[in-house]
Design a protein around this ligand. Sequence first.
Ligand code: TPW
Ligand code: MG
Length: 540
Amino acid sequence: MNLAESLLLGLKNYGVEEIFGIPGDFALPLFKVMEESEILPLYTFSHEPAVGFAADAAARFHSKPSVAAVTYGAGAFNMVNPVAAAYAEKSPVIVLSGGPGEADRSTGLLVHHQAKQLSSQMQMFKEVTCDQVILDDPKTAPDLIARVLRNCILESRPVYIEVPRDKVFDNCAEVPGPVEADIADADALAACADEIITRLASAKSPVMMVGVEIRRYGLEDAVRELCQKLNVPVVTTFMGRGLLAGQEVPLQGTYMGKAGDARITQMVENSDALILLGVLLSDTNFGISEKKIDLRKTILASDGRVSLGYHSYLDMPITSLVKTLNQKLETKKPQAAVELDYPASLSADEQAITPTDIARAVNDMFEDHERMPIAADMGDCLFTALDIEHTELVAPGYYATMGFGVPAGLGVQAATGRRPIIMVGDGAFQMTGWELLNCKRYGWNPVVLLLNNSSWEMLRAFQPESKFNDLDHINYANIADSLGGVGRRANTRLELRDALNASVADESSFQLVEIMLKRGELSQTLSRFVEGIKGMRAQS
Ligand code: TPW
Ligand code: MG
């Protein structure tokens, strides 16, 4: 077996199910093996940011790593932002890059795609990955690959693997398989679990808040069991929206502080035992609190440690913690999921469309159809998505990069085979919307809801006086046809309902519903969110 085959089989053995990529000459031999070996399916895109976003979304949906493969320099540098996003939001993306070979290093000439030094690329990726390796020796490669993949899974963060182009066909041994290792000390784990149980038992108003780690580590079933045993109300963070979708848990909704449902905000902020499970302490999750939450008084389990009050238990993986809590607790009568009140029943008339109308239209559609997973971009589309019935969602809720929605939606469909809804603003669509042209060759058929307000509206909310927030009036529906899909423009609520229904009914290609919104019109949630962030900045 050659080095590339060993690597691909290793990836598969560690749970990878697909590769997204764009080749280049430094990566051509590697891509040749990918294609001809058929060890993993390969999906190519048009621009590298999409490769990174698609792999990120696929990894989030699988709760397992996914691969973003690129060429050296021009290709890999194009992917720094998506990999930074995946690092920030703890998504296990494996960056696979071609690299210069020995012949390239010894000519004394600068190698094309070289930025400063040949090692500059790995240096840059060190900042946004948790482990890195250059496979320049086939003898050491199998163990190094195994180490990097283990760390990718353990930390649920991106890793970097560079394959010099002249090493691809060298003979290589098999990559050692994954080993189940529980790094937690059993006594410490038991003590920690007991302390949590005692704290919760003596509390008057315990609340559990769940964050993205429970998905990253594939713990949603175990957490459902835990919720039922603890019998406490559950909320998700903003970033964790979509977690526990479809699970029988007493889920109350999403905590959004000042920007969200007042009942949930009060319940969380007044809780005397708030357990934060797999939660990231980001400003988008907590900067918008009505009443500052004293994090020292919470029970925080994330990043492999547990903090209670003023002390911490280190090396406490969340998977082991949840398992131990479940073992120690008795089963109680399962609580049913709470019926949440989302906007619905769109009046299909000639009136102009508001962001809430979009949520109504989708919720009405979900009445008759199976709920679809959603990939959302940054902008008002994400805040509008929060008014849609709880369903699986991928979005850059913390890192907040634009350009995520369309390629992430394609990644979701590649990873799951399910048809997604993609929600995207016109500004973000201008960044990566073009990638829809790749739907045709892979048979992907997402329903794209493009919120066209001819504006960078979210920026306008921060700084209304700037004219640069006005975007041109483009007819996006007209573009769909040339990209191999179907486009429909909706100016009124009636047209919105009809366009959405027609799009869902047509499964033959991607469907673009261009939803016309007035410039200056913002969802209530986003207006309050922006006010909250501004308020936080003013205080600090
Ligand atoms: C890669 C900064 C945050 S929100 C926004 C910008 C430019 C405007 C979004 O416009 P869009 O949506 O998509 O039309 P809407 O609802 O606000 O009208 N570059 C990147 N990421 C971010 N977050 C920005 C710039 C930004
Ligand atoms: Mg816009």
